[in-house]
Design a protein around this ligand. Structure first.
Ligand code: NA7
Length: 485
């Protein structure tokens, strides 16, 4: 029986755990540094939080929930769903909370995983499921620490701070900033949105699923499957739009432009007009943002932030914008992946060495010189305006197929070759110019070489690619340790 350690109990780690159980593999442990499961849905609790992918498609296909309250579910409902997965699939005994992995080393054919409590655990396989948008970026704004009010990153929302009678400042206009402004605009005395770059916004309505719909889904589970596939199909339009020029890109751009025209005030519209193509940054879905910024007390500030002082934010034109609470919707370090966990392979190569030029993987799921390691949501996964859940399922299935082969005695240790990894990465890079993310804007999709760190083709192609293990592209059981090189 193989033993497996999974790092992280978020959406992809829980997916892996279910897949392991279903494969009859019971010797596995999920190590989670926080005190609850859920990953991003545990960390993010800001007002207005919703997934930007419809709930019917942001759920495991093997555990479809008939009861989603809305087309786009709220954050707490999604967190409840993932907590429910733990119970529905009897995963509790496999999950160790408050257990932070600090280092993992492959030696003598096994992974030795060290945790912050000083313990070392061993396993035949290591699965990284540490998430993509996990490390909040707190910008280095001069004077932030001198601010008299409360300030926090939106992924660390301080609910002890009442907003009812407060002047609130929000820095950032990604999906997070837009959702917060849509929720709070008009309900707090003053809301100042500090916008560095305007966003294109697609006004997808968020309807409530009535009781009849939910009852029908419960009674006829085939309906949830149909709905899942239908939304997946609709998403293929978005996938085509982001991965290559064509009518889909033109159509979505036009819809965003029409939405922007609903802002009648010329001065405000000018402020909200982006100077790059729609979808170059992750497309923001909101039916209410443009209404929210027109509500009384809401102000869009486009002057750059110069510094923060005790009473508020000072912009480069010298204006002091007084606020009582400052929420930093300034995004995440999407290039960290597993780091700061240090991985050490059998040749002594570390993850920091391997990724000194930026994160690169073999077919999104493995790393040369790091045997018996699989990545979920690894570099270049299809995360560009798509649901991450089916991607995690495909990658977890791929890992399972290797683990099953191990059980059948086909190999003991395996890692992809450097040559296959380089060839694959060269093909990725060659496809990038077609994508909308490379059309000239800054976004969390871009790596430090300026190229998108996202899958440049359709998620279906990614799924097709991972149906095969491609064993000929792996070094299997080398006679000497050094041959991993
Ligand atoms: P994003 O999409 O990375 O957005 C971060 C926002 O913060 C963006 O508007 C940035 O402006 C802005 N930002 C970052 N640093 C600063 C400073 N120093 N000053 C002013 N503004 C700043 O993060 P989100 O949390 O909104 O969304 C992340 C993903 O979560 C989202 O794509 C969905 O998948 C869910 P910029 O555009 O860089 O000029």
């Amino acid at each position: 029986m193989p033993s497996v350690i999974v790092i992280g109990a978020g959406m992809s780690g829980l997916c892996m755990a279910v897949k392991l159980r279903r494969a009859g593999i019971t010797d596995f442990t999920v190590l989670e540094k926080a005190s609850d499961v859920g990953g991003t849905w545990r960390d993010n609790t800001y007002p207005g939080l919703r997934c930007d992918v419809p709930s019917a498609f942001y759920q495991y296909f093997f555990d479809r929930n008939p009861d989603w309250s809305h087309f786009f579910a709220a954050g707490d409902e999604i967190q409840d769903y993932f907590r429910g997965v733990v119970d529905r699939f009897a995963l509790r005994e496999h999950i160790e909370l408050d257990t932070e992995v600090t280092r993992a080393e492959f030696a003598e054919g096994r992974w030795r995983v060290r945790t912050a409590d000083g313990r070392t655990r061993e396993a035949d396989f290591l699965i990284s499921a540490s998430g993509v948008l996990h490390h909040p970026v707190v910008p280095d704004i001069p004077g932030l620490d001198s601010f008299d009010g409360a300030w926090f990153h939106t992924a660390r929302w301080d609910h002890s701070v009442s907003l009812a009678d407060k002047r609130v400042g929000v820095v950032g206009t990604g999906s997070t900033g837009v959702q917060i402004v849509s929720e709070l605009g008009g309900s707090v005395p003053k809301l100042s949105l500090f916008q560095r770059t305007p966003q294109w916004v697609l006004p997808v309505p968020n309807w409530r699923n009535d009781r009849l719909t939910r009852a029908l889904r419960s009674r006829f589970p085939a309906l949830t499957s149909l709905e899942y596939r239908l939304i997946e199909g609709i998403f293929s339009i978005l996938v085509a739009a982001v991965t290559r020029p064509g009518w889909q890109r033109t159509m979505i751009s036009k819809l965003c432009e029409l939405n922007l025209r609903t802002v009648r005030d010329q001065d405000l519209r000018r402020k909200l007009t982006p100077d790059y193509q729609a979808m170059c940054k992750r497309l923001v879905m909101s039916p209410s943002f443009y209404r929210a910024v027109r509500r009384p007390g809401v102000e869009v500030i486009t002057e750059r932030i110069d510094h923060v002082e005790p009473r508020g934010v000072v912009t480069t034109d010298g204006t002091l914008h007084e606020v009582d609470v400052l929420a930093l919707a300034t995004g995440f370090d999407s290039h960290a992946y597993l780091r700061p966990v240090e991985l050490v392979g059998p040749t002594g190569r570390t993850l920091s060495d391997a990724w000194s030029e930026g994160p690169r993987a073999y077919r999104t799921v493995a790393l040369p010189e790091f045997p018996n390691l699989f990545l979920l949501m690894g570099p270049h996964s299809p995360v560009g305006n798509f649901s991450l859940v089916p991607i995690a399922e495909v990658q977890a299935d791929y890992a399972i197929s290797w683990i099953r082969a191990w059980q059948r005695g086909e190999y003991t240790t395996a890692a992809p070759t450097r040559e296959a990894t380089d060839d694959y990465n060269a093909r990725l890079r060659a496809a990038m110019p077609n994508t909308v993310w490379a059309t000239g804007c800054q976004s969390w999709y871009l790596g430090k070489d300026g190229l998108p760190e996202v899958w440049p083709w359709s998620p279906h192609r990614h799924a097709r690619m991972l149906r095969d293990r491609h064993t000929d592209e792996f070094v299997v059981d080398p006679a000497q340790e050094g041959v991993w090189r």
